[in-house]
Ligand binder design. Structure first.
Ligand code: PAF
Length: 291
């Protein structure tokens, strides 16, 4: 497995595959890899002749007061997991390599970026994500890119950016990986104390209750939102950031549920913010919907 630190090194490495028409899969990450990331990596390894993973904690997607400094990092463990999974190269750029000293360009996917996490964290969050992802796509020039459904809004925003900017890449969105109790895997879970970890499942419990209500015929999203809010607010130390029921393509509020909806939530436990979501269709039994 190659470790690449500069843009020229990545271009040279990938060109070696493209020359022989070999397909390149790419998984952009911020490191501290868990089974959720590795499910994207495994799929990329299966579907492509070359897999590149990037590890870069991107400062521009953290807004002032957020956890950029505290974001967990473990480069040695990440590299070992990539090596074991059959990754061909890992791109580990510095902030200087990614942004130089005078970058003036950014990418903003309007509307989709301005709601849910974009509303609660600030629009700058997705501008930071899109700008770095667009740059990474231009550097790696992959055939396929892999994102997780846990960051459903991020996947939608990136898919829109790919379409709008005619970026020649296929996006694959892979299912959420969960711990045994249902907690969505996230690098940020490592920042939870034992007590917070036991309470973190509250978000998934609230989402599951919303799904049950929909399967039992409830159509008014206001009623379901109230039930979710009550579940979260009943647990000491867990704070609702947002709990929304939205159209899974436009992310507009679904006031009345008669088609597939995305139930998306974010909560805060101490200084840690967690997100999760479920895609739910009112006609399905719970076993048919995305767990
Ligand atoms: O999902 C993430 O880890 C990040 O937002 C990404 C896509 C790697 C961009 O920094």
């Amino acid at each position: 497995m190659q470790l690449l630190k500069t843009i020229d090194e990545v271009r040279e490495f990938v060109a070696g595959y493209k020359k022989f028409d070999r397909e390149v899969g790419f998984v952009p990450t911020m490191g501290y890899l868990h089974d959720g990331h590795m499910s994207l990596v495994d799929r990329a390894v299966q579907e492509n002749e070359c897999t590149v993973v990037s590890i870069f904690v991107n400062p521009t997607q953290f807004l002032p007061g957020e956890d950029f400094e505290e974001y967990p990092r473990d480069e040695a463990a990440d590299l070992q997991q990539c090596e074991d999974a059959g990754v061909d190269a890992v791109f580990l750029p510095s902030v200087e390599v990614m942004y130089g000293s005078n970058a003036l360009t950014s990418v903003h996917v309007s509307q989709l970026s301005d709601t849910l996490c974009g509303m609660s964290r600030g629009v700058g969050h997705f501008v930071g994500v899109c700008t770095v992802v667009c740059k990474l796509f231009n550097i790696v020039q992959p055939d396929r890119v892999y994102f997780g459904q846990k960051d459903a809004q991020q996947a939608l925003v990136i898919a829109k950016m790919i379409g709008d900017l005619n970026i020649p890449v296929d996006i694959k969105v892979c299912p959420i990986k969960r711990e045994d109790d249902g907690l969505a895997m996230s690098s940020r879970n490592a920042r939870l104390s034992e007590e917070e970890r036991s309470k973190a499942i509250t978000l998934y419990t609230a989402l599951c209750e919303a799904r049950n209500m929909i399967h039992n015929g409830e159509k008014a999203s206001m009623v379901i939102r109230e039930a979710m809010t009550e579940i979260v607010e009943n647990v000491d130390g867990v704070e609702v950031d947002y709990l929304e029921i939205v159209d899974p393509v436009s992310l507009g509020e679904a006031e009345w549920i008669d088609d597939t909806v995305l139930i998306a939530g974010a909560v805060k436990l101490g200084g840690v913010r967690l997100i999760d979501n479920l895609l739910v269709h009112p006609e399905n039994g719970p076993w048919e919907d995305d767990f």
